[in-house]
Ligand binder design. Sequence first.
Ligand SMILES: Nc1ncnc2c1ncn2[C@@H]1O[C@H](COP(=O)(O)OP(=O)(O)OP(=O)(O)O)[C@@H](O)[C@H]1O
Ligand SMILES: [Mg+2]
Length: 264
Amino acid sequence: METATKTTFHGFAFQPILKIRNLNAYYGSHKALHSINVDIPEKQVTAIMGPSGCGKSTFIRCLNLMHELIDEASIEGDIMFHDKDFFAMDPRVIRRKIGMVFQKPNPFPTMSIYENVTAGYRLVNEKKRKVELDELVEENLLKVGLWDEVKDKLRHPGTSLSGGQQQRLCIARTIAVKPEIILFDEPTSALDPIATSRIEQLIYELKTEYTIVIVTHNMQQASRISDYSVFFLLGDLIEFGDTETIFLNPKHPKTNEYLTGKFS
Ligand SMILES: Nc1ncnc2c1ncn2[C@@H]1O[C@H](COP(=O)(O)OP(=O)(O)OP(=O)(O)O)[C@@H](O)[C@H]1O
Ligand SMILES: [Mg+2]
């Protein structure tokens, strides 16, 4: 059985938190991912790039068991999470350890800022003493840089915040359950440049504690915040590498064509 010791993958030495082997993902008979093999480095930022429809969202949805929630969708292949068989693990544990932040900020609409931060935590923890919840809210809003902006209106609806603040609230809700991995699916594409840059800075800071996988169409964003990059095309993984090499000296001509804007 494979173990999650430091390994060499495509010539890179790093600690993999996920090892993905021969992963196929289907929607009915449509095969959206073709035998994907990749290791995700622990406590690093990995960017997933590629044109629309190439399977980026499908790939990250496979990593927290959201793909199988879709009607007719199925998966083949193996994933090791640390040294464990991902598919043999309790799905509730996987969803707690691997969180997801979406393109459109989605605070729970009927809940206050405070309740949004505690929502996931309350589902998985029995101890719900007010003092602990208060601490949890402050700690996680501080981490996402939102505390000073909202500390006087914690009982206001989460949806009363600006788009960028809502996205930081969603990140606070995600990290409040102490995940190991955070999957981001184009988290800034609905945000203005200032809100985007705050989220980018936050993602950069979060990697000291969490493993980050981020889907992005924004190549400058990938080059600014990621350590490793993956390039997908039509459901195939074309290239994996450290971000600097992928951007300055990609091995595959298709990666180069994409990065130089020959197709999008
Ligand atoms: N719920 C679904 N049902 C059926 N087919 C789907 C579904 N979601 C995605 N697909 C198909 O799977 C393929 C990959 O889609 P996916 O959404 O993963 O691409 P993507 O790279 O995230 O694209 P985008 O950049 O536009 O978000 C596409 O052919 C898409 O049409
Ligand atoms: Mg997508």
